[in-house]
Design a protein around this ligand. Structure first.
Ligand SMILES: NC(=O)N[C@H]1NC(=O)NC1=O
Length: 173
């Protein structure tokens, strides 16, 4: 799909295609559509991220809360979005042993209790060992820093999803 095709999309089509660039936040795609035309993929990405950056803290935390836990109950129940399922499965989180799953569940619960939102990490840049390690490390970070880190991960996930949709090289995004 090229940028001309993107710019020709009506509202419904645009939200259908880009509605999950930011996990379970189709409102962001709905808002970005109003900014068309886009000059290129980079420009499109900038609009998604500018929307996130302009939100008050409550909105930014809301975005994080729309993310399913890594290796959490949604994965077990099979209710993840297709994108999240692919990302979690690529990081090996669908084939954890019982011990590993339990450890991640405990760390996820501690993280949520401390910060009030779920632990978010771009799983495609990670693997099962790195997820636990990073979760344990970030649990100790100051809250303001952690909010920034988590939103950075949301943007990495969004960049990769946009790259998939436009079949671009993620390194150039
Ligand atoms: N909790 C969390 O990070 N979830 C996200 N990460 C990712 O790569 N896909 C997701 O759904």
């Amino acid at each position: 799909m090229d940028i001309k095709k993107v710019n020709s999309m009506d509202f419904g089509e645009f939200v259908d295609v880009f509605g999950n660039v930011i996990e379970r936040c189709p409102l962001i795609a709905a808002a970005v559509w109003s900014q068309r035309p886009f000059s290129d993929l980079e420009d499109l990405k900038k609009h998604f991220f500018a929307f996130i950056d302009a939100l008050p803290q409550s909105g930014q935390e809301g975005i994080l809360r729309c993310h399913p836990d890594l290796a959490g109950s949604e994965l077990r129940r099979g209710t993840l979005t297709a994108e999240s399922q692919r990302e979690q499965s690529g990081a090996g989180l669908t084939t954890l042993g019982a011990d590993e799953r339990l450890r991640l569940a405990e760390l996820n619960a501690q993280y949520r209790a401390r910060f009030g939102f779920p632990f978010v990490l771009a799983a495609r840049f990670s693997d099962r060992a790195a997820v636990s390690r990073e979760l344990a490390r970030r649990l100790l970070c100051p809250s303001a820093q952690e909010l920034r880190t988590a939103l950075g991960e949301v943007k990495k996930i969004g960049s990769l999803r946009l790259a998939d949709l436009l079949r671009a090289d993620p390194a150039k995004l």
